[in-house]
Design a protein around this ligand. Structure first.
Ligand SMILES: [Zn+2]
Ligand SMILES: [Zn+2]
Length: 314
C-alpha cells in the first residue's frame, strides 16, 4: 500500500523524468498544419481572395504548393518568414499557379535567404527558373556587387517532373505526384503529402477524374478545386468570350456535384473546397458551394478562406 504523499512524489518524479528524456523531446514536434494562402481560382486579381497557393508546414518546415499572384504577401500575413520556405511545388503552368514562382524565391533572397529552396513542377520549371535569372540579371547582379548579397542563382534548385511517383522523401514527409487531366494541359500534377500527422492530397486544377479518388484513397484531407455551375452561367453572360470560356471551364474543372463523388469514392475524412471558380461572385454563399457536394459525400466539408489553417491529425 502506498500513501497519498508518496504516490504524489512518485508521480512528480516520473513526470520530470519523462519531460527530460530524449524520447519526449522527439515526440514534442509541432503538429503538421495546412494554410490556405489563396483560394480564388483563375488569374484575375481582385480585392477579395488571393490567387491559388497553399502551404503545408511539417515539423516547422514550410512547403508551398502553387505560387499564384500574392503568395509572398500571403506567407507574410500567415506569419511564415519567406526565407524559411524549403520546398515549392507547382501543379501546372497556368499563370494563376506559377506567376509568382520566381518572385517568391526572389522575395526570400532579399529577406536573407541563405539555404537552398528546391522546386518541383511539370516540364518547364527548370527552363522557367533559368529564364527568370535572365529576366532579372541586372537587378540581381547589381545587388550582389553593390549590397554584398550571396548569388541567389545556385540557391534555387528546380526539377522537372515527367512522370507519376515519389518526387521527394525527407525524414518527415513523402511527396508523390499524380498526373490528372486539365485540358488542354497534360502536364498537370496532383500532390500527396504523407506526414507523421496524416495525409493530405491537393487535386490541382482537374477535370472530373475518378482515378484521382484512387490516388487520394483514405487520405485524411483532400483539398479539391471546384466549379459552381449557376455562377459560371452568370459569369459567361458578362464576358465577351463567354461561350469559349464556358466550354473551357466545363472541360477542365470539376463541378461541385462531382467533387462530392470524388471525396466519397476516396473516403477522405475531410474535404476542403478551394480554387473556387468563379472565385469572386458575391452571390455565391458557402452553402451554395457545399449543397451539391452533399448529394454524394457525407463527411466533413470545409469551404476554405484565405489564411484559414487546418491542423493535422484531423
Ligand atoms: Zn487554376
Ligand atoms: Zn489551371
Amino acid at each position: 500500500m502506498i500513501d497519498r504523499r508518496s504516490a504524489l512524489k512518485l508521480a512528480l518524479s516520473s513526470a520530470a523524468a519523462f519531460a527530460t528524456s530524449p524520447g519526449f523531446a522527439q515526440t514534442a514536434k509541432p503538429r503538421t498544419r495546412i494554410v490556405f494562402l489563396g483560394t480564388k481560382g483563375g488569374p484575375r486579381i481582385g480585392v477579395g481572395a488571393s490567387n491559388p497557393a497553399n502551404l503545408v508546414v511539417v515539423n516547422d518546415t514550410p512547403f508551398v504548393i502553387d505560387c499564384g499572384m500574392g503568395v509572398s504577401r500571403q506567407l507574410v500575413s500567415a506569419g511564415v518568414p519567406i526565407p524559411s520556405v524549403k520546398y515549392i511545388f507547382i501543379s501546372h503552368h497556368h499563370s494563376d499557379h506559377n506567376l509568382e514562382y520566381g518572385n517568391l524565391f526572389y522575395n526570400a533572397w532579399v529577406a536573407g535567404l541563405s539555404t537552398p529552396i528546391h522546386s518541383f513542377g511539370p516540364n518547364g520549371i527548370e527552363a522557367m527558373t533559368k529564364t527568370y535569372w535572365e529576366l532579372n540579371k541586372f537587378d540581381v547582379e547589381t545587388r550582389i556587387a553593390d549590397e554584398g548579397r550571396p548569388d541567389p542563382r545556385p540557391l534555387l534548385v528546380a526539377k522537372d517532373i515527367t512522370e507519376d511517383g515519389v518526387v521527394l522523401q525527407t525524414p518527415d514527409v513523402k511527396v508523390t505526384a499524380f498526373r490528372t487531366p486539365h485540358p488542354p494541359i497534360v502536364d498537370n500534377f496532383a500532390y500527396k503529402f504523407e506526414t507523421p500527422d496524416g495525409t493530405v492530397v491537393f487535386s490541382s486544377d482537374t477535370a472530373y477524374n475518378p482515378k484521382l479518388a484512387e490516388f487520394a484513397k483514405g487520405a485524411d484531407v483532400l483539398v479539391h478545386e471546384c466549379l459552381y455551375l449557376p455562377a459560371v452561367d452568370r459569369l459567361v453572360i458578362k464576358t465577351k468570350n463567354g461561350a469559349t470560356l464556358k466550354k473551357h471551364l466545363l472541360e477542365s474543372h470539376t463541378t461541385t456535384e462531382d467533387v462530392g463523388r470524388i471525396a466519397a469514392a476516396a473516403d477522405v475524412k475531410v474535404l476542403v473546397m478551394s480554387h473556387f471558380v468563379p472565385g469572386d461572385d458575391p452571390l455565391v454563399t458557402d452553402d451554395n458551394w457545399t449543397e451539391d457536394v452533399k448529394k454524394n459525400y457525407s463527411g466533413r466539408i470545409i469551404v476554405a478562406k484565405d489564411l484559414m489553417e487546418l491542423k493535422l491529425p484531423v
